[in-house]
Design a protein around this ligand. Structure first.
Ligand SMILES: C[S@@+](CC[C@H](N)C(=O)[O-])C[C@H]1O[C@@H](n2cnc3c(N)ncnc32)[C@H](O)[C@@H]1O
Length: 250
């Protein structure tokens, strides 16, 4: 954006690295090892646990800066770090902005954050299953007051649940914005690794045939309004979002 020559150099680096067998092997091994060892559980954003790779946090910052949404909706709150992240970044971009979080169980630690944190005042939360019709209707009503909406899916990671979320939440995403699906990379691992991960994180039913990546592929077969942008994954390679950045193109 500020230097076309450097942007072109970056493109070349991304192309080279993302087609390098050695780079792909090392980063895949890292992604597997990280998933098997709860690597993402160890990071904070402004003092609050955020269950993401630092690399994905940087990628999300890039997506948010490109799109400049004034509303971000996320399913899966956990300890509220990702909501605080989105809220703090949006506060640097817009005066009027909102973050909506949905979780089946908003626990005591998350409630504390949402009550006390400096960047929590622009966050609205709903407790309940993310595909619940009443919750979806409330989000629909709120979203009408915003110009550009970005959605992140990071709740129950089984095929049926993510597919339903994709169908429901895709309706909120603005043109040229993104529907980001987390934990798709695990769908590229071999079956025995996926089975081990499903036991560690208690995802049921989860496996080669039921994970966020299978849901993305099925969703994209029918919905032609979205297209995968793998540029974000390709520049990082260490990421939980392989084929997880879906751009709304119409
Ligand atoms: C991976 S964590 C979310 C991590 C969070 N986005 C972050 O970056 O720190 C998944 C969350 O999804 C929630 N969850 C599981 N099933 C759900 C459902 N059916 N509807 C809504 N939330 C659900 C869990 O309670 C858990 O807090």
């Amino acid at each position: 954006m500020y230097d076309r020559k450097f942007d072109l150099e970056k493109k070349k680096i991304i192309k080279k690295n993302s087609s390098s067998k050695r780079f792909l092997k090392i980063t895949k091994e890292f992604n597997v090892e990280a998933s098997l060892n709860k690597y993402t559980y160890t990071f904070n954003w402004l003092g609050v646990p955020i269950i993401q790779y630092p690399q994905d946090i940087i990628l999300m910052q890039e997506v948010i800066n490109d799109v400049k949404p004034d509303l971000i909706i996320e399913t899966g709150i956990a300890r509220a770090g990702s909501l605080i992240f989105y809220s703090s970044i949006l506060s640097l971009i817009h005066k009027k902005h909102k973050v909506i979080g949905v979780d089946i169980d908003i626990r005591k630690h998350a409630r504390k954050v949402l009550k006390k944190h400096k960047f929590a005042k622009n966050i609205i939360t709903f407790q309940g299953p993310s595909n619940d019709e009443k919750i979806l209707n409330k989000i629909k009503k709120i979203s009408k007051n915003y110009n550009k909406v970005l959605v992140c899916l990071d709740s129950d990671h089984t095929h049926d649940h993510v597919l339903k979320e994709l169908e429901n939440y895709s309706n909120f995403v603005s043109k040229n914005s993104y529907l980001v699906v987390f934990d798709t990379t695990q769908g590229t691992f071999k079956n025995s690794t996926i089975n081990k991960i499903s036991k560690i994180y208690k995802y049921k039913p989860w496996g080669k045939a039921s994970n966020p990546l299978t849901a993305v592929y099925q969703f994209l077969k029918k919905n032609k309004n979205f297209k995968v942008n793998n540029n974000f994954f390709n520049k990082s390679l260490v990421s939980n979002c392989y084929s997880g950045f879906l751009k709304r193109i119409k």
